[in-house]
Design a protein around this ligand. Structure first.
Ligand code: ADP
Length: 363
């Protein structure tokens, strides 16, 4: 035994510790000893509490529900009793304590009392509660925003449909009576309504992502094969090569994951260098929480300063005459990876292709 580990030195050490309230109770729960930490946390001096029942630290509700007695009984039954909860100081204020009560026995196995160690976790508890409240508020605001986007985009479809129908009617019933300039204007209106229709559809799809939330096991190899079939009409004429390692089976939302791969692959096909056939490599690496995927192309690349912006909805780096699109694809990809607890980012240098990396964490 260490020379300082006799009962005198240990008792002295307990007295001095001031971050923990360390007290001893007799078999009835009356206070036998009191240290500096107990005075600091609970506000009583030893003279004020010695001999009193430890019940005085409990709230009125806990006293009524006999929590102190239950803690003691549990310590007798299991050797120890643990709890976290509000306790009361001398001045009536509450603190959030982490409590451990241990039953103590003599050499003959006779119960001689209890040790009770309390830590004041009020600050940690308050920070935790503030974070939780903030998260709840954010979640409500997000839900409201999603609801708004959903309703707005859903309702906008109807008047748009009316505009398109009347353009068609005008063209049909007044053909020959409208002069070429009028025809041209009608053409512009029709093009713009078509574009608005596809923007609204994109927005509606965005709001719908993950709404059904059907989690299943998704074989990414099979999924890529399906995407290749869907994109055949673009892959074939471009002479594109899509090279996949052996991809994993992941737990996730099948429809959304397909959309994620489809968006990334079709972007790689779209933003290719004119004179070079696209080569797209798809790979996956296990991570501690799931998988990291990479979709790498040999396309036009992206400037460093746009690496965040491209994931924002409706943000595009080119005009529509150079490259078709709405600026919704990567916003979808971001939302889908986040639905899977993951993140998406891009590594690229202009002229040298891009690598989109995203993680899917275990759901
Ligand atoms: P869209 O493809 O409809 O323009 P996205 O949200 O999919 O919209 O992409 C946003 C922008 O990011 C694109 O307009 C393009 O400028 C850039 N981008 C996306 N993928 C690639 C890629 N593989 N290579 C180069 N640029 C890309």
């Amino acid at each position: 035994m260490h020379p300082a580990a006799d009962s005198f030195h240990i008792a002295k050490m307990f007295e001095d510790i001031d971050d923990y309230a360390i007290i001893f109770l007799d078999t009835e729960g009356n206070i036998d000893s009191w240290n500096a930490g107990a005075e600091k946390i609970k506000g009583y001096t030893s003279n004020e509490v010695l001999g009193k029942n430890f019940r005085i630290f409990y709230t009125q509700e806990d006293i009524i529900s006999q929590k102190p007695e239950k803690m003691i009984n549990e310590a007798i039954r299991n050797g120890k009793a643990l709890d976290e909860g509000w306790r009361v100081c001398k001045n009536g204020l509450r603190f959030w304590g982490s409590i451990r009560i241990t039953a103590l026995y003599d050499d003959h196995g006779e119960l001689i009392g209890f040790s009770k160690i309390t830590r004041d976790l009020t600050e940690k508890f308050n920070t935790q509660t503030a974070i939780e409240k903030y998260m709840q508020k954010l979640e409500i605001q997000n839900k409201e925003l999603e609801q708004f986007v959903y309703i707005a985009s859903h309702d906008l479809q109807e008047p748009l449909l009316t505009v398109s129908s009347f353009i068609d009617l005008l063209k049909e019933e007044y053909s020959g009576t409208i002069d070429p300039t009028g025809e041209m204007y009608l053409g512009f209106i029709a093009q713009s309504t078509e574009r608005m229709r596809s923007l609204i559809k994109g927005l509606l799809d965005y709001a719908r992502l993950g709404k059904k939330k059907e989690v299943g096991m998704v074989d990414c190899n099979a999924l890529i094969e399906e995407v290749k079939i869907d994109l055949f009409s673009v892959i074939e004429p471009s002479g594109a090569k899509i090279i996949c390692g052996n991809l994993p089976v992941v737990k996730g939302f099948a429809t959304e994951l397909r959309l994620l791969f489809q968006n990334l692959i079709s972007n790689s096909l779209k933003f290719r260098k004119k004179e070079v056939s696209p080569v797209i490599r798809i790979s996956a690496q296990p991570t501690r929480q799931g998988w990291q995927f990479s979709v790498t192309d040999n396309g036009i690349g992206i400037e460093d300063r746009f690496k965040e912006r491209i994931f924002v909805i409706f943000q595009r780096l080119h005009n529509r005459t150079d490259y078709e699109g709405n600026g919704i694809g990567l916003a979808h990809c971001k939302k889908i990876t986040e639905l899977h607890g993951g993140k998406i980012s891009v590594e690229s240098s202009p002229g040298n292709g891009s690598s989109f990396h995203f993680t899917l964490n275990l759901l």
